[in-house]
Ligand binder design. Structure first.
Ligand code: NIG
Ligand code: FE
Length: 414
């Protein structure tokens, strides 16, 4: 049995075991002079020091003067990939569009070529480097997608890599696997999208079962359009997957409405969502996972966060770390863009990156808040309020990170 105690804590946390919607997203519980007790990776007490059970812990952290918040959940990443695409970024700076690069065989297909030839051990090593960067920023749970194989063997190789990262006994971050075989139509099937959809239904979805909890798809004009997406999502649902969509990212296509129709857990991106799509998602409680770094890096308009929140939908924020549209993964910059350009409040941003991120990966009962019974996933800031997450613009102010009860990042010595 291992135990950890945080004393003199200034806790700021959303509360609950399901996504916060609409104005609930602004409710941040503040417990000053608090104590958090963690036993065997689980929070057993979070409340005023005066009421805390008396116990000796193996390790005690004095958090005087620091804000104590839930660890972040990055609920949308493409963490595992071969190669890089630095030249594409230059092309885009000079005016090329993301979709035009993809249409001429670059983009996702270029990462697919590299991922098919790279061995599992190299892919895993590379992903671990990015996981370390995430720990630095206070991320304790991350979702990781396949999607750079687009053939059964490589998709399974990617899912096995993700599984090895999740199962690593030294892992500092919980990893949630998502199968994204429907990320693009591979070059071998160019012009034969229907046949690739058939292959996915016949071979890839059954093979991915048991290796991933979520099924995701790039529902986009010229990639998988609405009818093809519906067919794939239905097959995945029938096979027992929970659903996610890359929806309305480049054009308004009705991806948000489809997410609501199919009972998806989340629809992500949504830069060009229609008002009807916003309403449909709010009504069906589909988490709107907004990815401001992607809009920023693509020079696209930001997703309408306020419309979602005002309609009563749950909003999550995530990074979309990937080698193409958004080679970043910065939590501080995500918060900055969300609050400065998408008009989210610091309270909403905190909820979106913790409790609602957890809900987007089906883990709201396990993590995302500081409450007894939840996993001990906690970040301690250098400053005494969560407001510094926005005020210290684009900068990392996380000093200490606790993941599943273990200290995985400690402050640098002054
Ligand atoms: O979320 N749009 C599709 N998928 C990713 C980009 C993947 C890539 O460019 O490699 C996204 O933006
Ligand atoms: Fe993505």
């Amino acid at each position: 049995m291992s135990s950890l105690k945080i004393i003199n804590a200034n806790i700021f946390t959303p509360l609950g075991r399901e996504a916060a919607r609409g104005e609930e997203m602004s409710r941040i519980k503040h417990i000053p002079e608090a104590c958090v007790i963690c036993e065997d990776g689980t929070i057993t007490y979070a409340g005023p020091m005066a009421d805390a059970p008396r116990c000796e812990a193996d390790k005690t952290i004095d958090a005087r003067g620091a804000a104590v918040i839930p660890g972040f959940v990055d609920s949308h990443t493409h963490l595992v990939f071969g190669g890089y695409r630095a030249e594409e970024f230059d092309w885009r700076l000079k005016g090329d569009s993301y979709m035009s690069i993809m249409e001429r065989g670059g983009g996702i297909q270029s990462t697919v070529n590299a991922t098919r030839t790279e061995c599992a051990a190299d892919l895993a090593d590379k992903a671990r480097w990015f996981l370390d960067r995430m720990t630095e920023m206070g991320v304790t749970t991350v979702e990781a997608k396949s999607g750079y194989g687009l053939e059964t063997a490589t998709e399974m190789k990617m899912l096995d890599v993700i599984d090895s990262l999740a199962a690593d006994p030294d892992a500092r971050i919980r990893v949630v696997p998502t199968f994204l075989g429907a990320h693009a139509v591979p070059k071998e099937y160019k012009g034969r999208t229907g046949e690739y959809v058939d292959l996915m239904i016949r071979e890839m979805i059954p093979a991915a079962k048991g290796k991933a909890e979520f099924f995701d798809i790039f529902t986009e004009k010229g990639v998988f359009e609405i009818d093809e997406s519906r067919r794939l999502l239905q097959a995945a649902k029938d096979a027992g997957f929970r659903l996610k969509l890359h929806a309305d990212e480049m054009v308004t296509l009705g991806g948000a409405e489809l997410a609501a129709e199919m009972g998806a857990v989340s629809a992500d991106h949504l830069l060009h969502v229609s008002d009807e799509g916003v309403r449909a998602m709010a009504e069906k409680n589909v988490v709107a996972t907004l990815l401001p770094l992607t809009a920023f890096a693509l020079r696209e308009p930001y997703a309408p966060a306020r419309k979602f929140i005002d309609a009563g939908a749950p909003v999550a924020l995530a990074t979309d770390l990937n080698p193409g549209s958004c080679f970043s993964g910065s939590i501080p910059l995500t918060v900055a863009l969300a609050c400065i350009y998408m008009k989210m409040s610091p309270e909403e941003a905190l909820t979106a990156l913790t409790l609602n991120g957890a809900a987007a990966v089906g883990l709201a009962a396990e993590t995302g808040t500081i409450e007894a019974g939840k996993s001990a996933d906690i970040a301690i800031l250098h400053f005494d309020s969560y407001k510094f997450l926005t005020y210290y613009v684009g900068m990392n102010c996380v000093d200490t990170v606790i993941s599943r009860g273990k200290i995985v990042k400690e402050p640098l010595k002054a």
